[in-house]
Design a protein around this ligand. Structure first.
Ligand code: AMP
Length: 115
């Protein structure tokens, strides 16, 4: 099943792309939850963290290297930021294509909402 993120990867729908390499694409979240909210999406369609296998070791490492680079490029690495991956229902996952939220640009407060 093709995800909305694969359509962005394939340029079938638009997105504000900030970085791309052989492993990942990074673009601005359409509904930002912080002044900076970037999604780093694996080009390989992996539905959830549960579906990762040993063959994905390099891919996950590359995703984190990209997150680190993007944070530096956007000038938020010293102030700090948060990286989130939601998984399935309790995690609040909406798009079943592995991705990492990079949130930054203000103090982000407690890690969990109060509800
Ligand atoms: P998650 O709940 O972790 O699956 O996060 C999915 C995220 O994708 C949400 O933060 C949405 O705002 C974001 N999103 C959905 N569609 C698009 C899109 N077309 N362009 C950019 N971000 C999107």
């Amino acid at each position: 099943m093709t995800t909305i993120f694969t359509k962005i990867i394939n340029r079938e729908i638009p997105a504000d792309i900030v970085y791309e390499n052989d492993y990942i694409i990074a673009f601005k979240d359409i509904n930002p939850q912080a002044p900076i909210h970037i999604l780093v999406v694996t080009k390989k369609e992996i539905p959830t963290v549960n579906d990762l296998g040993p063959e994905d070791r390099i891919l996950v490492g590359e995703a984190y290297l990209a997150l680190s680079k993007i944070a530096k490029d956007l000038g938020v690495s010293e102030d700090g930021y948060r990286i989130i991956t939601n998984c399935n229902s309790y995690g609040g996952q909406e798009v079943f294509h592995l991705h990492f939220h990079l949130l930054a640009g203000k103090p982000l407060g407690a890690m969990l909402s109060s509800n």
